[in-house]
Design a protein around this ligand. Sequence first.
Ligand code: PLP
Length: 499
Amino acid sequence: MTEPSPLEPPPHLTSAQFRELGKRAVDWVADYLERVERLPVRSPDAPGAGLARLPESPPDDGLGGASDPLGAWDAVFDDLTRVIEPGLTHWQHPSFFGYFPCNASGPAVVGELLSAGLGVQGMLWATSPIATELETRVLDWCAEMFGLPSAFRSSGAGGGVIQGTASEATLCALTAARARAVESDAAQDRCVAYASDQAHSSVLKAAMIAGLARGPDDRERVRLIGTDESGRMRVKMLREAIEADRARGLAPTFVCATMGTTGTGAFDSIDEIAGVVGECAPGAWLHVDGAWAGCALVCPEHRAIAKGIERADSFCTNPHKWLLTNFDCDLFWVRDRAALTRALAITPEYLRNAPTDAGAVVDYRDWQVPLGRRFRALKLWLVIRHYGVEGLRAHIRQHVEWASWIEGRVRADGRFALAAPRALGLVCFRLVAGDAATRTLMDRINASGRAFFSHATAVGRDGEPTMFIRMAIGATRTEFEHVRHAWELVVRTAQEVLG
Ligand SMILES: Cc1ncc(COP(=O)(O)O)c(C=O)c1O
């Protein structure tokens, strides 16, 4: 056999070049975060504007092949400002109050960089033992930090795992619920899922993926239970729906309680829902979706929202929404990890290894949809080590305090009304003048670039949906002055809108 003839190797960065560019990139991010406050929060880009700034084809000869690669990379840093920045809505802007903020922090970004640099793929314990064991330990820390039941800890039958998103956590919970129902003799096509009509759309999407719904409007085996004027599930209606389904020979399989709905931040009564599940559908899986509000459990004074969680089968919350950890980071706990892995485990020959075969280790690929997994525990570990539990509590507490201040301003001004009771750091308000005025108010503020809000609707007493503005206080760089200025902007703009 002849040896292969030498080919030109690809132009990898040398160690010295990588150090130089890495430092420049960190400097760029630090500069960006210093000046982000002066940028318009929402991207001014029209559809296609970003595409128009980008070449249609990739370069044949890359920057790495230039005689001076570092100098050639100047073009990349120029493009960050020229091509990328105009198309950014600045989620790290201190006046970003839309959706639920996605808060990054210095320690989390450093963790992300380290994770990328290590480049490990932690699908199995054996593919990087510490990626698994750090995750197990950090999830146990979080369970302690949130006051979760001991059943969710890895020392018992349960345990926690990092998913990319709450949507994936819900899908895994529903998949485990369906598998458990089928194990106990329910026919797969008789499984039914329940959530409130205010639950996140990811519950419906999970039902679509898991084969319980043919599309978002298919209600044959998905029940969206009505809610009260605060947006909480009417538990009596849940009971009636479960009983009716059982009478028709269907199998109530999965119930999702929401801890902090997306629209108004309403808290379903987990305790009462668990009571109904226990009485009327004892084998059904109770999942608690606390994607945003669950982060507030770090503060003991907010734990009333979790009453009854010790009876839930699973719970998820997103540090990427309110705990200083950049996207993506959803924490998902189950009380019976075997029930989850029975639904999701599959071991082809090429993944077999001695510790797995011996049942001596956790393989997190069996707790999630994809096989591969990033080393996400690293960033969460650094966040918790940097801020400490007290630092994380301070983060939540100041936002709740400022939201309460906004709530007071809304109540004190007759032109405005609260659309729902304030929930932690979320205030939902509207102009009494009606939907058109409220929408104009929000559109003008968002177009000004000086603050950013999002909206939702709720069904009013007349049965008609009413639009409202959501102000979710939770961005990392937000200070009280930004909250005050945002409210002054709301009032000034409302004056213009109302004439
Ligand atoms: C209650 C709730 N559940 C789930 C989600 C979806 O979160 P993710 O993007 O992590 O899937 C959201 C998003 O806002 C949410 O508010």
